[in-house]
Write a protein of this length. Structure first.
Length: 193
């Protein structure tokens, strides 16, 4: 079984804002390392393993975990491993707006809601997925063709004008560098009329 899928909805925004980026990142790390143990989601490992996953000091990770405990998102527990050893870990308590779904295969997909493995509607997984926000396969193909055409024009050095994307540099620096930016593609400016 692979890591659970984290599904977020609107109420999670306030929580994320209240916790702050480091605590939210730690919560995500704990959630994504959690496994279902019959009576809830459990993340095996201590502060040191969390600090290693996040690339921060263990004391910083300890303060972050304390804030997660205070917020009621996790509780500290001594866990029984399949081996006779006991390890430290955390029981994850997903709040409103946060849902964990365990899935075994990527092909378990709800065709109605788009959630992987978390379909509550009893949908037939063999149905063709149609997502109105993404359009049809034909539209996706046309979009890909336009992108390739633009990329080809840039590689050939065709003289096309591109819209300037705002960058955190001054206009003088942009002009001195002699580049125009569009969709992340750069093109050398040759002579300007």
């Amino acid at each position: 079984m692979r890591a659970p899928t984290l599904v977020l909805s609107e109420p999670s925004r306030d929580l994320r804002r209240d916790l702050g980026a480091p605590a939210w990142t730690a919560f995500e790390e704990l959630v994504l390392s959690a496994v279902w143990r019959g009576d809830g989601w459990v993340a095996v490992g201590g502060v040191r393993s969390l600090a290693e996953q996040m690339g921060i000091a263990k004391n910083t990770a300890a303060r972050i975990v304390a804030s997660l405990v205070k917020a009621g998102l996790v509780t500290r527990e001594r866990l029984e491993d399949p081996e006779p050893a006991r390890r430290s870990g955390y029981r994850v308590h997903p709040p409103a707006g946060v849902r964990l779904c365990s899935i075994d295969e990527d092909n378990e997909r709800c065709t109605k809601t788009g959630d992987t493995g978390c379909c509550t509607k009893g949908c037939d997984t063999n149905e063709r997925r149609v997502d109105s926000r993404r359009g049809t396969a034909q539209e996706a193909g046309r979009s890909l063709e336009r992108t390739k055409a633009l990329s080809g024009a840039v590689k050939r050095g065709d003289r096309q004008r591109f819209a300037r994307v705002q960058r955190p540099r001054s206009r003088a620096q942009d002009e001195a560098q002699g580049r125009l930016f569009d969709l992340g593609v750069t093109a050398e400016v040759q002579d300007q009329p």
